[in-house]
Design a protein. Structure first.
Length: 123
């Protein structure tokens, strides 16, 4: 399987979780998602519901850098990652994905919540 095809499948997986709310089991040992789990209360305060939180923990958290996660106060959200892409491109794509969701309301625009493994929005 080519690198481009793997990246395309990974992007489809992130996109799919935005509507399915997929979940997965945590691996044994040190918790690689600790920073993401610690951000869940702020994500919920920002507007993220259960499906958003599930996507954030299950798909966004373990994804490679660069990556960005966007959310809106109305519950829309979007995540993007692509090895070799610029952070600016990931921000733009995450915001565009968020703005395409049925829950999106232009009166309450999407904003970047997380970049790579850092929370950049604070309540």
């Amino acid at each position: 399987m080519s690198k481009g095809r793997i990246i395309a499948i990974a992007l489809l997986t992130v996109t799919a979780c935005q509507t399915t709310g997929a979940t997965s089991a945590n691996s044994a040992g040190a918790d690689p998602l600790a920073a993401y789990k610690a951000a869940v209360p702020a994500l919920e305060q920002a507007g993220g519901g259960k499906a958003c939180v599930d996507c954030f923990l299950t798909n966004y958290g373990p994804s490679p850098f660069p990556k960005a996660f966007a959310v809106s106060p109305d519950g829309a959200y979007g995540a993007r990652y692509k090895v070799g892409a610029s952070m600016e491109k990931m921000r733009e794509d995450a915001l565009a994905s968020c703005r395409k969701k049925p829950a999106y309301n232009p009166a309450h625009d999407c904003f970047i919540f997380f970049e790579n493994d850092q929370q950049v929005w604070n309540p």
